[in-house]
Write a protein that binds this ligand. Structure first.
Ligand code: IMP
Ligand code: MG
Length: 175
């Protein structure tokens, strides 16, 4: 099988450094509280784990999975809940952790359903943001890197389920 060529967009060192900064910021912003991280599977898993390790206040974690029907590099905009959370959200300081915000449809759907579960607060944290592509209006509280409109892989992000394990953010050079 031919290997795709991958160009590094954000190096492993840069990603690690930025996650450390965001972890410190979150620890400060939620001082005296416990933060409940909601990892959006599968893409958010690497970022969530690395971020959790950098947060110095008490952390709890839960996982959910949504799909925005479609494969390859295009999403259809129809979001479906594939795996729900294990725990209720009542009174919790919820922080949704995503790999990337593209159209914003996934997050606006998530916020809508999670708000109904009476958390104390909901904030959003994403490793990557493609602001040019936004369709749904979502307010993001923590952003790792704003990137141009290119299809990226690595650090949890996939191209047809491959490349999630790359320790950096790269662009697949499709031939
Ligand atoms: P949104 O609902 O359009 O914001 O889409 C978000 C989801 O689409 C992300 O959680 C990713 O799973 C996927 N996605 C968007 N852009 C990329 C990309 O450049 N690489 C890999 N996955 C992406
Ligand atoms: Mg995702």
């Amino acid at each position: 099988m031919a290997e795709d060529k991958i160009r590094v967009l954000v190096s492993e060192e840069e990603v690690d450094r930025r996650i450390e900064e965001i972890g410190a910021q979150i620890s400060k912003d939620y001082a005296g509280k416990q933060v409940h991280l909601i990892c959006v599977l599968k893409g958010g898993v690497f970022f969530t784990c690395e971020l959790a390790k950098r947060i110095s206040i008490p952390v709890s974690m839960d996982f959910m999975s949504v799909s925005s029907y479609g494969s390859g590099t295009k999403s259809s905009g129809v979001v479906k809940l594939v795996k729900d959370l294990d725990e209720p959200l009542d009174g919790k300081e919820v922080l949704i952790v995503e790999d990337i915000i593209d159209s914003g449809r996934t997050l606006s759907y998530l916020i809508e359903i999670l708000y109904k579960r009476n958390p104390a607060s909901i904030r959003l944290c994403t490793l990557l943001d493609k602001p040019e592509r936004r369709v749904a209006d979502v307010k993001v509280d923590y952003v790792g890197f704003a990137i141009p409109d290119e299809f990226v892989v690595g650090y949890g992000l996939d191209y047809d389920q491959k490349y999630r394990n790359l320790p950096y953010i790269g662009v697949v050079e499709i031939e």
